[in-house]
Write a protein of this length. Structure first.
Length: 614
């Protein structure tokens, strides 16, 4: 396992006030007044691109006209886990609606060369024990995760009546029949008693709104729609031999680009890596799963490993506890734990303020270690300096790769740093412009991410979500999420929304979706058992929960606003919709305990309707 504690410089060896000022300058030079509006949806700039599925042909089908008990929107982790828990709860009358041609969510769409899970797969990938599957390596390949989705779907019969290549156009509550009327792009008319929205944050690709996108005459695509017909190779065999005479530009240096660049540089005649903000890139050291370790696993092993990962990533690590994962996500707390064990006063419980202070100092130390790694690998000093991340580790998704920095030592790879121009200046018919120079390229690949924290209508792509009396969910949440337990909202009966809203936060997001799916299936089953047709939180319960969440939560606003702009902080906008939602402050286990207590008390704050009576 990765362990870099011995490489971390001491706090006394770095000038934290100077670094704090450096971080501020790096942030300010990247800020743009347009905020999130500097990005546009792919389908508005590349005709037909977003709707096309390069992996599965879209076949004709007749429109569906049906009354169903539950509609599950999405077949990524959240939708798949919701459907699994519905089946487990004995609720079989449901249909899955998915825009892609199969299960997997981002793992269906993301098939670019090198795509892997960048969290440890033993924690990240769900339902391992339930299916008897153990990932083949620590950071498992994307195609293997997609095959696991199919394993889950087959094992638990989730394919039955699933409607793929189907986009939701509107959700409207009909109070006369106590059902949601669902319209789709395939002409369907579905009347669902309950709706579970499982459309995750990484389902809608976006582009920087660069001038001249429509003028470029070469080939262009997004990493989530990788074109192997153009590049050659395949996801399982990423030999991109058709690029040997091609000049390629990849726009973006986030997690996707960090994984794709080592493959592009091997085959492209010339590769330009266009960077606004560098990622932090740690050692990967990916290893195959040890068969002896796999044989030693005892029932409950994944839950125990996830709990350990949660404690070392967020808080709650214990005296003498071993960090089982030992990666960049756990390093700060691992190092704090090691320091405390060596201190003269010995181990002690830290207050919240003490813990946050120590985390901030260790954050500077770990980021300095990562910057020194750049110097140790990249030969050109100017390029190395441009690749160094100057921000808090929470500001941009941490990555790891053993070949990314090495790519910049190749003669056919050039870094184009656009931080001083706040992004790519323009595309032309023949290439792109940078500091007055036109760089001619044959292909532009956008590794520009997804609509993660954007305005919700853009993220979900659903024109209308209307509850009782035609109230829009978008309006209801215009000034922030308004829910009970992050699951339901007042005025929107029988509507469940999965995601990072106002609930518990686990560093392994599929673990969050597992808990949410189980909770929502329980609520539906309980509603049915009580003979009710509708369930929703009262206005008072919703208001009380918002108050409790805000009182319990650590305000991330000041830290996030200091970050370099990106999807973690809505591109530096003053009004932040934090991408992790407003999570329950006391922590994951406290969250699980709270829900169990609430159920035992009879669901206070929920209103059930039998017929037309509450």
């Amino acid at each position: 396992m990765i362990s870099n504690a011995t490489d971390v410089p001491k706090a006394s060896e770095i000038d934290i006030p100077a670094l704090r000022e450096k971080y501020r300058r790096e942030r300010d030079k990247r800020l743009r007044a347009e905020g999130q509006n500097q990005y546009v949806r792919v389908d508005t700039h590349i005709a037909g691109f977003y709707d096309e599925d390069p992996h599965t042909p879209v076949g004709p089908r007749a429109p569906v006209d049906a009354d169903i008990e539950v509609a599950v929107l999405g077949a990524g982790w959240s939708g798949t886990l919701a459907a699994y828990h519905l089946r487990k709860a004995g609720i079989d009358d449901f249909r899955i609606f998915e825009a892609a041609g199969g299960f997997g969510g981002c793992w269906y769409w993301n098939r670019y060369p090198g795509v892997q899970c960048d969290n440890e797969a033993y924690c990240y990938v769900s339902l391992l024990e339930e299916t008897g599957y153990v990932p083949s390596k620590r950071f498992v390949d994307g195609w293997e995760i997609r095959e696991h989705f199919e394993r889950i779907a087959d094992r638990f019969r989730l394919n039955e009546d699933a409607l793929f290549h189907t986009r939701i156009e509107s959700l409207k509550w009909d109070d006369q029949i106590s059902r949601w009327r669902i319209a789709t792009n395939r002409g369907d008319d579905i009347r669902a008693r309950f709706v579970i929205m499982g459309a995750g944050p990484t389902n809608t690709p976006k582009l920087p709104g660069v001038s001249g996108i429509g003028d470029f005459r070469g080939h262009i695509f997004h990493t989530s729609r990788w074109d192997y017909d153009y590049t050659g190779g395949s996801q399982k065999n990423p030999v991109l031999d058709k690029l040997k005479d091609k000049r390629v530009a990849i726009v973006g240096t986030g997690a996707s680009s960090v994984q794709a660049v080592p493959f592009l540089c091997r085959y492209a005649k010339q590769l330009y890596v266009i960077q606004r903000t560098p990622s932090s890139v740690d050692v990967r050291d990916n290893q195959p799963t040890d068969p002896d370790w796999e044989k030693s696993l005892q029932p409950g092993w994944q839950a125990r490993r996830r709990d350990n990962y949660q404690r070392f990533t967020h808080a709650g690590f214990r005296e003498g506890e071993e960090d089982l994962v030992g990666d960049i996500w756990t390093e700060i707390n691992r190092n704090i734990s090691a320091e405390m064990e060596q201190e003269e006063q010995g181990w002690r419980q830290l207050s919240i303020d003490e813990f946050l202070e120590r985390r901030e100092i260790m954050d500077y130390q770990v980021m300095e270690r990562l910057r020194r790694r750049v110097d140790a690998i990249v030969e050109d000093k100017e390029t190395a300096e441009a690749l160094k991340p100057y921000y808090r580790i929470i500001c941009k998704r941490p990555t790891s790769n053993d070949e990314y920095y090495q790519a910049f030592n190749r003669p056919n790879v050039k870094l184009i740093d656009v931080s001083d121009t706040r992004g790519l200046e323009a595309l032309t018919e023949n290439g792109f412009m940078h500091r007055g120079t036109e760089y001619e390229v044959d292909c532009v690949i956008f590794a520009s991410g997804y609509e993660v924290t954007s305005e919700l209508r853009r993220r979900w792509g659903i024109a209308a979500i209307e509850g009782r009396d035609g109230r829009s969910l978008y309006d209801h949440w215009a000034d922030g999420y308004r829910t009970l337990h992050g699951a339901m909202a007042h005025g929107f009966p029988n509507l469940f929304v999965m995601g990072l809203l106002q609930g518990g936060l686990n560093v392994s997001l599929p673990a969050v979706f597992e808990q949410q799916g189980e909770h929502m299936a329980w609520l539906i089953r309980e509603t049915q058992a009580r003979g009710a047709v509708a369930i929703e939180p009262s206005a008072q319960a919703e208001a009380d929960w918002i108050r409790d969440v805000k009182a319990s939560n650590i305000d991330m606003g000041p830290i996030v606003r200091e970050c370099t702009p990106g999807y973690y902080n809505n591109e530096g906008e003053e009004k932040v919709r934090w991408f992790l939602g407003d999570s329950w402050g006391p922590g994951w286990q406290a969250w699980l305990d709270l829900l169990e207590d609430w159920k035992a008390q009879g669901m206070p704050g929920m209103t059930l309707r039998v017929g037309q009576e509450a």
